[in-house]
Design a protein around this ligand. Structure first.
Ligand code: AVI
Length: 325
């Protein structure tokens, strides 16, 4: 089994990269305070996210899964034999639907999962190798930006870069533009891009999805502070912050924040800084943009990615787009 798995690490697990240090210093000292959502995903955060995906209120995973189940074989037929590269692969649950479809057509299976959680990546890769006896896995423990510069040479006739789960929604417009420049620089002409996007819908449904009754999303949000405590030797007290998520209708995005319950000063020893929070002040930890299918296709087109086909569910809550460079 060993020679069917390659695992490469491109993460700074011990040393804190200069860029990350600066990012955190800037994010915690500016007004308003913000941090990128990648800080959710330590090992506990990755597991909490898996739990979120099962919540009754969190419709995106269930809806995208149903679309994939219905159309995976059509996707496989459209691309033909194809190497699957997945950004933010997590437990690869939805990817199995694609792998099944390619396997059913007797296409060779090669999968390049990319995730910042090295533990989750390795566990998942081992499980997949047992489940798919002919599968080859080349896993990259990495951020997207680095991974796209480190992709192994293709061993198949073509590649499909999968960015499902509406993770695109967690990037702001500038980040999105930079991301697509990197994607189109990485893919060669004729290669595919599979994109899953969460669509606009009534505010009540959106807000319920990010304020679940069991409080798992709140735990996920607060766990970011634990991650910072460990990573940067900080002293955040989780009981002195609360989860706050709402739909910003003008920006068409869910915003997740952590709100300080009192005036407090946080020390981040590793970065040699103090972050001052006033009572009620918030740290924005995530945006989750909600899209419109037509607009997204036009956006992709402007970036050089032509939509071959798109699919949605009966309520039009989620969209899946297959595009080609
Ligand atoms: C990973 N990402 C697409 C999720 C989302 O819905 O934006 C992250 C998440 N945050 C809270 N719940 C789920």
């Amino acid at each position: 089994m060993q020679n069917r798995l390659t695992l490469e690490q491109f993460l700074n697990t011990q040393a804190i990269s200069h860029a990350e240090g600066l990012e955190v210093i800037q994010g915690l000292t500016q007004n308003p305070k913000t941090l990128p959502p990648k800080y959710f995903y330590d090992s506990k955060g990755s597991h909490l996210f898996e739990q979120i995906c099962q919540l009754p209120e969190y419709y995106p995973t269930r809806t995208e899964t149903a679309i994939l189940k219905q159309y995976a074989s059509e996707i496989a037929q459209l691309t033909g034999p194809c190497e699957l590269v997945e950004l933010g692969s997590g437990s690869s649950t939805k990817t199995r639907i694609l792998l099944d479809a390619y396997q059913k057509l007797e296409f060779p299976l090669r999968y390049i999962p990319i995730d910042v959680s090295a533990g989750m990546l390795e566990d998942t890769a081992q499980k997949l190798l047992t489940e798919y006896p002919s599968l080859q896995v080349h896993a990259l423990a990495s951020t997207y930006e680095v991974a796209l510069t480190k992709l192994p040479p293709t061993k198949m006739p073509t590649r499909m870069l999968c960015f499902i789960g509406s993770t695109l929604g967690n990037l702001d417009l500038d980040e999105c533009d930079r991301f697509f420049s990197q994607v189109t620089d990485t893919l060669t002409e004729g290669e595919y891009f599979l994109l899953g996007v969460d669509l606009q819908k009534p505010k009540e449904i959106l807000e319920a999805a990010y304020n679940d009754a069991q409080g798992i999303t709140a735990e996920f949000n607060l766990n970011l502070l634990n991650h910072l405590n460990r990573r940067f030797q900080a002293n955040f007290d989780l009981s002195l912050f609360e989860h706050w998520a709402f739909y910003n209708e003008d920006a068409r995005q869910i915003e997740m924040h952590l709100r300080s319950l009192k005036d407090q000063v946080i020390h981040l020893r590793e970065l040699q800084i103090e972050a001052t929070f006033a009572a009620g002040e918030t740290l924005r930890t995530e945006i989750s943009r909600k899209f419109e299918l037509q607009q997204m296709q036009a956006y992709l087109q402007a970036k050089g990615l032509k939509t071959l086909k798109y699919w949605t569910d009966s309520r039009q809550w989620f969209g899946l787009i297959l595009a080609q460079l």
